[in-house]
Design a protein around this ligand. Structure first.
Ligand code: ADP
Length: 162
């Protein structure tokens, strides 16, 4: 059983995240999308809301599940006997931080492996931060996030009632 953990804030889950999960679900027996509490980032959505949005997005992938976590990723990965942790690489700008994290995590646990996945080229510009910014300014985020995430953004930002 090969398990991969895909950690992130997912505030909210985007089509870029979905693209990474779909690719990973074909490579691993089990993929856990682990939503980090990320209090320090002052997320727009509550932890349980972010998890629920992930859950709806992965419904048609039987080997993918959603969970929440707080604390050290190396401990979470060990607890779930995961072989790898997945991170998405969009551009060179992601590289420096991700490289540092991957090596630091390996210092904390020697058997920790980070696997980087590149999304479809159309998603390389996409980030949760940009999606929130566009939605906040009244722009259409339809092509960037699943429908239920778009609806949740509109509700959260008070743009419309669903
Ligand atoms: P974090 O706060 O941990 O960076 P994010 O939710 O922003 O969490 O991202 C989780 C992971 O998904 C990160 O590895 C990030 O690089 C990756 N990611 C985010 N957006 C995309 C995208 N459009 N395409 C591919 N990977 C992405």
């Amino acid at each position: 059983m090969r398990t991969a953990i895909y950690p992130g804030s997912f505030d909210p889950f985007t089509n870029g995240h979905l693209d990474v999960v779909q690719r990973a679900s074909r490579l691993f027996d089990r993929v856990i999308v682990a939503v980090a509490k990320s209090d320090g980032k002052h997320p727009l959505f509550l932890l349980e809301e972010r998890k629920a949005l992930v859950e709806q997005s992965i419904r048609d992938m039987p080997n993918v599940e959603a969970d929440t976590f707080d604390g050290l990723l190396v401990n979470y990965a060990q607890k779930h006997s995961a072989q790898a942790v997945l991170r998405g690489l969009r551009a060179v700008s992601d590289f420096e931080f991700e490289f540092q994290m991957a090596l630091m995590n390996r210092k904390l646990n020697d058997s920790f492996e980070t696997i980087f996945m590149m999304p479809k080229d159309t998603y390389t510009f996409l980030s949760s931060r940009i999606v929130k910014e566009i939605a906040r300014l009244g722009g259409d985020v339809n092509q960037f996030v699943p429908d239920h995430v778009q609806a949740a953004l509109a509700t959260k930002l008070g743009l419309k009632k669903i």
